[in-house]
Structures are given as C-alpha cells and as structure tokens.
Design a protein around this ligand. Structure first.
Ligand SMILES: C[S@@+](CC[C@H](N)C(=O)[O-])C[C@H]1O[C@@H](n2cnc3c(N)ncnc32)[C@H](O)[C@@H]1O
Length: 359
C-alpha cells in the first residue's frame, strides 16, 4: 500500500500534550521527523511526517505500544477546506490515491468525530455521510470484504465541517474497538462506577484465549484502597477471594458474598501477604508514593499479577509518569516487557499499570 504522510491518533481530551511527548520520543528514537497538529482539548493528534520518512516502517507506532493513544490510523491525509456540498468528491479522490498501489478491498467503513463536546455535535452529520460514502466507494471500485482480517478499514474522521482526516486502520497497529473506545455496560449491582476501570483493564491486558487462567476459585487478591468495592466486585464476580484494605466501608452485598475479608488498615503500611495471586490498587495519592509501595510488593514477588492506577493530576504528568515507570522496572528488578501501561477509556486523570510477575 502506498505511504501517505499523515497519521492520526485519538486520545482523551486534554491529554494531547502527553501523547505528543510520547510520540515525539518515539519519532526521535527512530530518527523520523514530524510535525504535530493539535489543540488543547481537541481529543486527537495528527502527525505530519516529513518527506521520505513517510515511506519507512512505522509499525512501532502501534496502539499497543502507545500509552496515550486510543486509536492509531495511518496511510492517510488531512483534508482541509472541504466544500459545503459534495464533500464525498475530495474524500474519494484522497482514497483513490491512498489505494493507488494496493488491493481495492476494505473491511469496514467508519465515519466518526473526536470524543469531545464539539466533536459530538458532528454526530448527525457523520451519520448522514454514510450512504453517499458507501455509494462512492462502490463507484471507486473498492469492495467490502468483512470476512478477512488482513485488510484495512477505512476511517473518515470529521474534525469540523471543513476538515477531515481520511486514513486506514490496520489490524496489527490499531485498536479493535471503534475509535479505540471499549464501551462496557455498568453492572447494576456494582458498588461504584470505578468497577468499569478494572473490567476494562482485565479485557485490555489479559489475553482473551487465556482469560480463565487468571481467575481460578482457589485464587486470592489484595485490593488496596478497596472501598466501596467496585474493584473487589470484579473479583467476587469471578469467584476470587479478596482481602479488601481500606478504612472506608465496603458495600454490604460484597461482604455477604463470603468472598471478602475487610481489613481496616493503612495500605502503605500493609505488609505483602504470602502466596496471593492478584494485587490491585486504586488509591488517590501521589504517583511517587504509590510507586514506592508497588516496588515494595514487586521486590517481594508475593503476587503473580498487579493492576494499579497512577493518578496524574499534576502539571508535568508525562515526566512524572516516565519517572515512575523507570523506577518500577529498575528498583523492582523486572524486565521492561513485564510492565504495561495504558491510558484506558475509563481512566480520567490517571493511567493503569499491569505488572506480570508470573513470567
Ligand atoms: C478511588 S477510591 C477506590 C474505589 C474502589 N476501587 C472502587 O472501585 O470502589 C480510593 C479509596 O482509597 C482509600 N484510601 C486512601 N488512602 C488509603 C490508605 N492509605 N490506605 C487504605 N485506603 C486508602 C480511600 O478510603 C478510598 O476508599
């Protein structure tokens, strides 16, 4: 497929700077020059790659490798000054050039907008654009083949009525979810909305084909900062016993399950329990303090897996995060592949870490 110069990254609104810092570091490491187009709060970053660099292998920019990108689109172009009518024409002409030297096939067509208040105002307009675009793709000779997993999907992201990014998502580099958003239904009997953060983390970090291996009835978890119990709920649902550490009250329904021991202790002084399987932590505190506690647990190797939120409300949140990640790897004496970090859809001013000590 011919290379085009603009890549597109969705992120949570107000995290554009962090995404740019992350991208900039990766581009520099790979000696690729690019300009970044974004505004604070816009919910996306466009990377305009210079000259021949656009023809290089950019697979290091996969969604899995990036903390702050929800979705990664490539081989594309940013179209500005779209006309007020017959917008399909410039869009189809861009697609014709994107597909110039490749099989005229696509898996799906997605027409969307950034996940911001301003973006949402374009929702109806995007919907209306679907039928003319599908007809246009047929005219262009592009065939939809839903059954194949090795072909790209086409994305049209309207940034406003006059500007759109046209690009492709590739199964290896992109999120499988529409715009990179894992939408989950809030379980009515869960004690807090936070439950969705851990549910998303499980689905994101644990391999689908081995999912059951992480939740055996004999397993035990420690949940630091557990009250009222949204995270504990996720383990109880799977039949895993939880030591819930918090001075706050746990929801009575969880206590009735017989699968929860409520330990009214300070999480930072709590000594690692021997032979547990899971450690999770959702405490609102300085990332440096939570990191120090995590390192204590990791060094003792008393659990197999850790999921922990690091809250990032400060100004230099990217620098602070990088410092914490380095500290976990170096002081915890783990391989960097054992530590994963993602700004999940249900995370706000925080990121989620997964540490795999079972390797
Ligand atoms: C964001 S809430 C956790 C929500 C929980 N994960 C859920 O899904 O319901 C943070 C919790 O951490 C607890 N916490 C804060 N500092 C703590 C400490 N030093 N030791 C134990 N718990 C602490 C608070 O009492 C609060 O219940």
């Amino acid at each position: 497929m011919s290379q085009h110069r603009d890549m597109f990254f969705f992120c949570r609104s107000d995290f554009e700077k962090e995404l740019v810092m992350e991208l900039y570091g990766l581009f520099q490491m790979n000696r690729i020059t690019a300009d970044f187009i974004y505004e604070n709060g816009c919910g996306y970053v466009v990377a305009h790659i210079h000259g021949d660099d656009a023809n290089r292998d950019l697979s290091f920019l996969s969604c899995r490798n990036l903390i702050f990108a929800r979705q990664v689109l490539g081989n594309g172009a940013l179209l500005t000054d779209l006309p007020d009518t017959r917008r399909t024409e410039p869009v189809l002409s861009a697609l014709k050039s994107i597909y110039a030297s490749s099989e005229p096939l696509y898996k799906n067509l997605f027409i969307s907008h950034p996940d911001t208040q301003q973006g949402k105002e374009l929702a109806k307009f995007c919907k209306k654009f679907e039928t003319p675009m599908q007809n246009g793709l047929k005219r262009l000779g592009l065939k939809k083949v839903f059954s194949r997993d090795d072909i790209p999907s086409i994305h049209i992201v309207f940034l406003d009525y006059k500007t759109a990014y046209i690009g492709l998502s590739f199964p290896d580099c992109s999120s499988e979810f529409f715009d990179g958003i894992m939408r989950l239904k809030f379980p009515k009997d869960a004690p807090s909305r936070s439950t969705l953060k851990l549910e998303e983390a499980f689905h994101y970090f644990l391999p689908k084909e081995k999912y059951r291996e992480y939740f055996r009835p004999t397993f035990q978890a420690v949940d630091l900062g557990a009250a009222p119990g949204g995270w504990t709920y996720q383990f109880v649902k799977e039949g895993v016993f939880v030591n819930a550490v918090d001075h706050g009250a746990m929801h009575p329904s969880l206590m009735k399950s017989g699968l929860v021991a409520h330990l009214e202790e300070d999480a930072f002084n709590f000594q690692p329990i021997k032979g547990i399987d899971w450690l999770v932590c959702d405490i609102v505190d300085k990332p440096s303090r939570v990191t120090k506690m995590l390192v204590k647990w990791i060094k003792k190797r008393e659990c197999k897996w850790i999921i922990c939120n690091l809250k990032l409300p400060m100004k230099k949140r990217y620098e602070e995060l990088v410092k914490c990640l380095h500290q976990i790897v170096s002081e915890g004496r783990i391989d960097s592949s054992q530590l994963l970090c993602k700004h999940l859809y249900h995370d706000r001013e925080e990121v989620t870490l997964f540490v795999n000590l079972s390797k």
